[in-house]
Write a protein that binds this ligand. Structure first.
Ligand code: 26Q
Length: 828
């Protein structure tokens, strides 16, 4: 059944294809054995799991290295238009299993493991997650580079090599605690440092230590070094191997030797320390405490290093600046790299010596911007003063862009001062700030949202005046996820079940999953699906027990809500649902109820107090339920600490139900929703983000949609009263009363008072109470369906069959055609 390009090729031929000639993967003189023996000078008898992991990783890297070089040589020769994806975050997770899968080396790894009597699974656990991102936006970047390589697009990802990724989360007494994530404690086999390709970044200030923090010293220009660390990005089938280039900051002259010799050791080292601090840590996504100067510099550093690098590469193969936009597409992942607008202008004006109009034209044609949020408080704005101190030339350019822009607006809309005010790149009043979203829209040829509803709201509300001005720039690119990591790798049993039914063409052409539609009526296939799901649930339950001691029943419905903790995502609404179910059992202990397990996971920004209280509440709810003999065995709540890519890969395949219940109009897209769908979970959710398009693709009858629409949310704000729901809905009232009675906080009276405040006193901005009743009704329909496994399986299969659209391959194809005008550049 298998067809090109996924046909199983014999291992030896594969190695030859990768340019490895006579080299063997395993055997007396194989790569694996040599790495084991020589890299760490270890006795083969005494070798530990970490060393085995490293030996495997290095062997795989050896296999791909020739092909990696060949990919870059091909691009140099063909000089195609290249895509440059700039992102402050790449939430990669682990690489070994993914690279093995994409290189199709599984047979070799299995054979090697067998020869050496090694268990592959514990060995994979040795690799730390590369947690260089907060959540959806960072994981999207990781899925995108996988798709670009798979589709043989000449692309490069640019990011920062943070020494500390997203913080590690643990629970103490139900409260979140944060620890630093020193993921590079051991050498990372996937990175290759390229000191020869370091770039210089100039700033108009220096830095000095003051009370433990670094302060900018104005008027004393300094230079930083950006050192590139490259990581291979293996396309499925191993044909194209692109690069993810992460920048690490260093001081230019490691330290001032003069000062050092004169005894000022600490002062001499300050510059070095300051420079290296720049890429020390990833900032948590935190809409409550914005505006750290170090973050501002990080963003500029990414932009300056990446543009210097791509311009240098462009100049190697091209002589005429005029063709820049024919060879270079730069995608900005949110406004975080929006300083690319003034930086590219600076390069074209000051270094290439072009005139303003030509520079502006090339800048706009090269750049494109993706927006990921509608929340006004989440749109980036940087104090103008910081530009003045650190980047005065950039400020000059921004103000000139603004002068021309506003002149244009005034002549097109005479007398419309309000419009001018809304469009301006400068926010006036109080501290003047630069609006990074406006800058990105004005300085690029494309602005896209990440799901149809989001793109529409972006145009019609958030940046309406800019959309009026440049309607042709606005477009939608609904997000997607890579089916390699999220189905093939994460759920091998389901993947095999699918392949046996329709062949393996779906792996890089996910629309082929639609061939599964008729199989919904096939009893044998339905049973195979249910077996695969049960298998995934058992595996998860076993892992959970082994690693945490928690016991969950695979006969219960696994219901998961996994995402950053945010009020708009409404983890609280989910918790209220559980409280209502709990109350029903307390009222009527003999009530028949399908056993349920509710999984929550996600991190709260360290300074987001209410989000942290929500975690505490979920944990207390879990504890109370566990301690109550009436409900034990029927309801279980678990907050899984340290949500990360690896945990998602375990939990998503094991979930029966995907909970996607954001207040409509607030979740730009969501991407875990798509991963659950292709793994055969049914979705209970609101009409928000990409969930709307998912229901369309699967058929609304196969979804459990409920609640207010985005229009109703926006329109109902004025008249909404949470008190009305409290007074008129008995179950709502009983649930809230139970919480406020300290039933879940008997030894900590009053700690949940802020929940009363948000949900009632302060008006319930995210309208939890408005949707609770409808949620419970949808929940009942869902549970009724679960009691009929054949019908459940039918709907789940139709969901999988409809999930083809949500491959990031489709998303990338749309970016390539509509925004980048980039074509595949196959490597021979
Ligand atoms: C900004 C300034 C300073 C510090 C941190 C940040 C920051 C960092 C990360 C702001 C936002 C983020 C991340 C946002 C994010 O993940 N958004 C999600 O993007 C997904 C991919 O498009 C969507 O599916 C989600 O709906 C959206 O919430």
């Amino acid at each position: 059944m298998a067809t090109e390009p996924n046909a199983q090729i014999r291992p030896a031929e594969l190695l030859k294809q990768y340019g490895c000639g006579p080299i063997q993967f395993t055997g007396d003189d194989g790569l694996y054995e040599r790495h084991l023996l020589f890299d760490n000078v270890t006795d083969l008898e005494a070798v530990r799991a970490r060393e085995q992991y490293e030996a495997f990783a290095h062997s795989v890297r050896d296999v791909l290295s020739q092909r990696w070089l060949l990919t870059q040589k091909t691009y140099e020769r063909e000089n195609p238009k290249r895509v440059h994806y700039l992102s402050m975050e790449f939430l990669l997770g682990r690489s070994l299993a993914n690279n093995v899968t994409n290189l199709m080396l599984d047979p070799l790894v299995t054979q090697t493991a067998k020869q050496h009597k090694v268990d592959v699974l514990p060995l994979l656990e040795q690799e730390p997650d590369a947690g260089l991102g907060n959540g959806g936006l960072g994981r999207l970047a990781a899925c995108f580079i996988d798709s670009m390589a798979t589709m043989q697009l000449p692309a490069i990802g640019y990011g920062l090599r943070y020494e500390y990724g997203i913080f590690k989360q643990s629970l103490q007494d139900g409260w979140q605690h944060e620890q630093g994530d020193k993921w590079l404690r051991r050498p990372d086999p996937w990175e290759v440092v390229r000191p020869d390709e370091a770039v210089k970044v100039k700033l108009n200030c220096s830095f000095q230590m003051q009370g433990g923090t670094f302060q900018a010293v104005p008027g004393r220009p300094s230079t930083l070094l950006g050192i590139p660390y490259d990581r291979p990005v293996v396309g499925y089938g191993g044909k194209t191997i692109n690069t993810l280039r992460l920048w690490s900051a260093a001081a230019c002259n490691s330290f001032d030797f003069q000062e050092f010799s004169s005894g000022a050791f600490a002062e001499a080292l300050a510059d070095t320390l300051a420079a290296e601090s720049l890429t020390r840590v990833l900032y948590p996504d935190d809409s409550t405490s914005k505006g750290q100067g170090l973050r501002f510099l990080q963003e500029y550093f990414l932009v300056a290093c990446s543009l210097a690098d791509l311009v240098r590469r462009y100049r190697l193969s091209n002589t005429d600046w005029n063709t820049l936009a024919d060879k270079v597409a730069i995608q900005l992942n949110d406004t975080h790299p929006a300083m690319a607008v003034p930086e590219l202008m600076r390069i074209l004006l000051d270094e290439a010596q072009l005139g303003w109009d030509q520079a502006w034209d090339l800048t706009k044609k090269s750049l494109a911007y993706t927006n990921h949020t509608l929340l006004p408080e989440a749109l980036e704005k940087w104090p103008l003063e910081w530009f003045e101190t650190m980047l005065p030339r950039h400020l000059e350019i921004i103000l000139e862009i603004n002068r021309r822009l506003l002149d244009d607006v005034r002549s097109r809309f005479p007398g419309d001062g309000q419009r001018v005010e809304r469009i301006s790149l400068v926010e006036e009043g109080g501290q003047r700030k630069i609006r990074m979203a406006n800058l990105a829209i004005v300085g690029s040829h494309s602005t896209n949202g990440v799901a149809a509803i989001h793109s529409e709201l972006l145009r019609k509300t958030t940046v309406k005046e800019l959309a009026d001005l440049f309607p042709e720039r606005f477009n939608n690119k609904t997000n997607g996820v890579t089916p390699r990591r999220w189905l093939l790798l994460a759920n091998p049993v389901l993947a095999q079940t699918i392949t046996e039914a329709i062949g393996d063409g779906w792996i890089n052409d996910l629309d082929q999953l639609s061939k599964l539609r008729p199989f919904a009526e096939n009893e044998a296939f339905r049973h195979a699906f249910l077996r695969a799901k049960r298998n995934a649930k058992s595996q998860f339950a076993a892992w959970l027990k082994a690693t945490s001691g928690h016991v969950v029943s695979v006969d219960s419905i696994f219901d998961s809500q996994v995402k950053r903790i945010h009020e708009y995502k409404r983890q609280l609404l989910n918790a209220l649902r559980v409280v209502v179910l709990y109350n029903r059992l307390r009222e009527n202990p003999n009530l028949e109820m399908t056993p349920r397990t509710f999984f929550f996971a996600g991190k709260a920004a360290p300074a987001y107090r209410l989000a942290k209280l929500i975690i505490k509440f979920i944990n207390n709810l879990a504890g109370t339920i566990d301690g109550d003999s009436v409900v034990r065995g029927r309801l279980k709540v678990l907050f899984l600490p340290e949500y990360c890519v690896s945990l998602a890969e375990r939990l998503i395949p094991a979930s029966d139900v995907s909970t996607q219940i954001s207040t409509a109009g607030y979740e730009a897209s969501g991407t875990s929703n798509m991963k659950f769908m292709m793994n055969g979970a049914l979705t209970i959710g609101t009409r928000d983000g990409a969930t709307i398009e998912m229901a369309e693709a699967a058929g609304e009858e196969n979804f459990f949609l409920f609640g207010l629409t985005a229009e109703q949310v926006a329109g109902g704000r004025g008249s909404y009263s949470p008190h009305w729901h409290y007074e008129n809905e008995p179950e709502t009232r009983a649930a809230l009363d139970l919480i406020f009675s300290d039933h879940f906080s008997q030894n900590e009276p009053g700690i949940f008072a802020p929940l009363r405040d948000t949900l009632l006193t302060s008006g319930d901005f995210y309208m939890h109470l408005a949707d609770l009743k409808a949620y419970l009704e949808a929940d009942q329909r869902l549970v009724d369906l679960y009691a009929r496994p054949e019908d459940w399986a039918r709907k789940a299969i139709l969901n999988i069959a409809g999930s083809g659209k949500f491959s990031s391959d489709r998303t990338i194809r749309e970016y390539a055609t509509d925004i980048w005008a980039a074509k595949p550049c196959p490597v021979p």
